[in-house]
Design a protein around this ligand. Structure first.
Ligand SMILES: [Zn+2]
Length: 165
């Protein structure tokens, strides 16, 4: 659980196969064209412009499972806060470029997450391409945000962790 993020983790594979079964096609570990090349997206659904990240609970400080290791707490705190800050930067950057950012915790049920993403894909395909992406903000897949609620923060950059927004 404490290893750094790498490709093809179990939760990500389970979500990918759940999406594939639903007919959703995507690119894996890809940087969106025109964006920061170093900012890779776990699951990139190009047509409807949806960027999905599967976040590990430890590294990305999931509200249910986040914890600080007992030794070097100060170092870990800064380190983990840096990860969350980069996540929010990536969200803002992708949103500004017209992507809908979806974040899934590794502890989430992949079938439920895939259902939600499938709905978003259909909604975005139906919707006009000219729609202002900032209206959508970050569609969190957190359980508390999974009721189709939009955040409507006007695309303003939020430096806080997502569950505080
Ligand atoms: Zn968790």
């Amino acid at each position: 659980m404490r290893r750094t993020k790498r490709r093809d983790t179990g939760p990500e594979l389970r979500l990918r196969s759940a999406l594939h079964r639903r007919g959703v096609r995507f690119l894996v570990d890809t940087a969106p064209r025109g964006g920061n090349r170093r900012r890779r997206v776990d699951i990139l659904i190009r047509g409807p412009r949806i960027a999905v990240f599967v976040d590990g609970c430890f590294w990305h400080s999931c509200p249910e499972h986040a914890h600080l290791p007992r030794s070097n707490r100060g170092w870990w705190r800064r380190k983990l806060e840096g990860v969350v800050r980069r996540d929010r930067d990536a969200d803002a950057e992708l949103t500004a470029a017209g992507w809908l950012v979806v974040r899934v915790w590794e502890h989430e049920d992949p079938e439920a997450a895939a259902d939600r993403i499938e709905q978003l894909v259909r909604g975005r395909r139906r919707g006009s391409r000219s729609r202002v992406p900032a209206e959508e903000g970050t569609a969190g897949l957190r359980p508390e945000a999974a009721k189709g609620r939009t955040r409507g923060n006007g695309g303003s950059k939020c430096g806080k962790t997502q569950w505080q927004c």
